[in-house]
Design a protein around this ligand. Structure first.
Ligand code: FNR
Length: 387
């Protein structure tokens, strides 16, 4: 019998992923002035060495004030390129692909790294902690929560400079050798702030109706697509719902996400990475093991029914080989695959915390599912326990 889809290659434009395992972007709060270090080389390199098809570098800020914490990665200057290139080259040396998530935190910028915040009992990074609470920006001057900075509303000219910053960072990512770029439009960061009518109350061309609220994201996508090679895949991560349906007010929900998904292939987006939440401190998430994969499945169902050329990535709570397999499998377990038709919920599985717990998650999944995969040459005596 042939290997599960999970272990089959996937070609996206000029890049072929050798399986469907993707390392989700994860902030490490370990950069200085946005510059990655040896820590990142080891951290990211371990996943590439152990068979993840695509390792995506953490949320990387397109301008300094777009960092979440003062220790976030950045790509707002040419100085940032060389350390990233070194990481990309290592990932490539392992026969795998490298991606980078480009991001702007907007009103969620200037917060402390979690372990610093825990020590001080507050979340805002004030200037003594290297923060910039008086220089955060957003679609509207509405803070994320009472313990966050109040952002300044971006002018239209400033919005254009944000678009340019994304394009410039994308150019630098190409120079660094990345195979794939993911735009971060999820988790309540700047692009997400514009999408939601709860955080975007503008009355100009960038707020109000669906077209206006999605305008910034669409402009960023087009500007990035224009500076990256035709052969380079472009991914977008969204929060498919902001989990505010309970409030009864207009909100960014699965219907708007589906509407957005229909527009993406025409703009040159290849894959939609379906996450959720993070834009409201009063969100109410209906948690279950599949809560987020179900959102991916709903969108993938529409994409398939309407013949839309858009791949779908599932993320969230994927920590078992069987779940990873079934999410990608045609006719897979209907408890996991889309309800009626048993179509896959996703084309790739994007995994975060399980890779932290087990950097060998791909190799261990293969063992569990009895799929023969090659371990690194240097580890060839490891896979089989002999006692
Ligand atoms: C994250 N997450 C995240 N998401 C994102 O889009 N960009 C990022 O930089 C980060 N940073 C980050 C750091 C750490 C330490 C964790 C644990 C998570 C969210 C992550 O990519 C993923 O969407 C969620 O963790 C859900 O997937 P898992 O962990 O259930 O596989």
């Amino acid at each position: 019998s042939s290997a599960p889809t999970l272990f089959q290659p996937l070609q996206i434009r000029g890049t072929t992923l050798h399986n469907r395992f993707v390392v989700s972007p994860m902030c490490q709060y370990s950069s200085q002035d946005g510059i990655l270090s040896d820590y990142h080389l080891v951290h990211l390199g371990q996943f590439a060495k152990a068979g993840a098809a695509l390792t995506i570098v953490e949320a990387t800020a397109v301008e300094a004030r777009g960092r979440i914490s003062p220790q976030d990665a950045g790509l707002w200057s040419d100085e940032h390129v060389a350390p990233l290139k070194r990481i990309v080259e290592f990932i490539h040396s392992q026969g795998t692909k490298a991606g980078i998530q480009l991001s702007h935190a907007g009103r969620k910028a200037s917060v402390l790294a979690p372990w610093i915040s825990e020590g001080h009992g507050k979340s805002l990074a004030t200037s003594e902690f290297g923060g910039w609470p008086d220089d955060t920006v957003s679609s509207s001057a509405i803070p994320f929560a009472s313990n966050y900075a109040t952002p300044r509303e971006l002018s239209v000219a400033e919005i254009q400079s944000v678009v340019q910053a994304f394009a410039d960072a994308a150019s630098r990512a190409v120079t660094a050798g990345f195979d794939t770029i993911e735009l971060h439009a999820a988790h309540g960061y700047l692009l997400n702030q514009f999408l939601s009518p709860l955080s975007n109350t503008r009355t100009d061309d960038y707020g109000g109706n669906f077209d206006n609220r999605t305008r910034l994201l669409r402009e960023v996508i087009s500007a990035v697509r224009a500076v990256i090679p035709e052969s380079m895949p472009l991914w977008v991560r969204i929060s498919a719902t902001e989990w505010m349906e309970w409030d009864g007010k207009p909100t960014w929900d699965i219907e708007e996400s589906i509407r957005l998904a229909r527009t993406l292939p025409g703009l040159g987006v290849d894959l939609l990475d379906v996450s959720s939440g993070g834009n409201n401190s009063s969100q109410k998430i209906e948690i279950s093991k599949h809560y987020q994969a179900d959102l991916a499945g709903k969108i993938r169902q529409v994409v398939q029914d309407e013949g839309i050329k858009l791949l779908i990535g599932a993320v969230g709570f994927i920590s078992e080989a069987e779940m990873a397999r079934d999410l990608c499998q045609e006719g897979g377990d209907t408890a996991v695959a889309s309800e009626e038709k048993g179509i896959p919920k996703a084309d790739v599985v994007i995994v975060a915390r399980e890779f932290l717990r087990d950097p060998h998650f791909v190799l261990h999944s293969a063992q569990e599912l009895h799929v023969p995969v090659k371990w690194p040459n240097q580890y060839h005596r490891a896979p089989r326990r002999t006692h």
